[in-house]
Design a protein around this ligand. Structure first.
Ligand SMILES: [Zn+2]
Ligand SMILES: [Zn+2]
Length: 247
């Protein structure tokens, strides 16, 4: 199995030195590693510290268009985003105007996001924290987190849910059932432990698609799939599910 697409990479547009490389440096690293497709997916603008500034979308689009011309026939570059869950009722930090610039949008839970309303703040920040010590809360908030992602996937066109189960607990089977109907992939992320092998086995009970991403925050980590690949092998994910292997 040779994965020639990296669906999840960050650049300096993930601010405050969170992403280390320029778009060009990411592209050059991807080329050096023999990749054929590269997605630039910086954190969405709702992340108050790392998020891409909304007014940079045209600039990034233009750079990617230029690089696609320069490297035509060698690699294809796509402009994506790692959008943030902004509420427990399905809000994200990407709007229709942003979509004009984008080739696709992924979404994931991240800290550093200020939820849109008080109840979402309570679920995301307070309940998830309390549940770490108060065991009876754990399944309740896990199902709330899952409901939030399900609302997002139902309301928006989402290509990939990034690192589901990282940051906050998620019921992977319930999420996978909805993602299957929407054509949204669940990510096996080389830089994050979740989805872990148990999660992947849950997902495999459905026909959901999976994507493999390096989640590289520096150019040298682009195409680092080893850690994800180990989980894929251990759980028996078949190649027909892996969107990196589809046209
Ligand atoms: Zn992330
Ligand atoms: Zn990421």
């Amino acid at each position: 199995m040779r994965l020639l697409t990296d669906f999840h990479t960050h650049t300096i547009y993930s601010r405050h030195n969170h992403g280390k490389g320029t778009i060009r440096e990411n592209v050059e690293s991807a080329l050096a590693k023999g990749l054929k497709e590269l997605w630039i997916t910086d954190h969405g603008p709702g992340h108050f510290w790392y998020g891409i500034k909304r007014d940079k979308f045209p600039e990034v689009r233009a750079q990617i268009d230029e690089l696609n011309k320069e490297f035509e026939g060698q690699i294809k570059i796509f402009f994506g985003v790692e959008a943030n869950v902004m509420s427990y009722s399905g809000d994200i930090d990407i709007n229709e105007a942003d979509r004009k610039y984008l080739d696709g949008a992924n979404v994931g839970f991240h800290y550093g996001v200020i939820p849109k309303n008080l109840s979402s703040f309570f679920y995301f920040m307070i309940a998830n924290t309390l549940a770490k010590v108060i065991k009876p809360m754990r399944n309740w908030i896990k199902q709330k987190n899952t409901d939030a992602l399900i609302e997002v996937v139902k309301k928006h066109d989402i290509k990939i849910v990034t690192h589901p189960g990282d940051k906050v607990d998620v019921d992977i089977l319930r999420l996978a059932k909805v993602c299957e109907t929407r054509g949204t992939a669940l990510e096996i992320n080389s830089s994050h432990a979740n989805m872990n092998e148990d999660d992947i086995r849950e997902a495999l009970k459905t026909n959901v698609l999976v994507s493999v991403g390096s989640d590289a925050h520096s150019p040298r980590k682009i195409g680092n799939f080893e850690e994800a690949y180990r989980r894929i092998e251990n759980t028996g994910v078949t190649t027909d599910r892996i969107i990196n292997l589809k046209e």
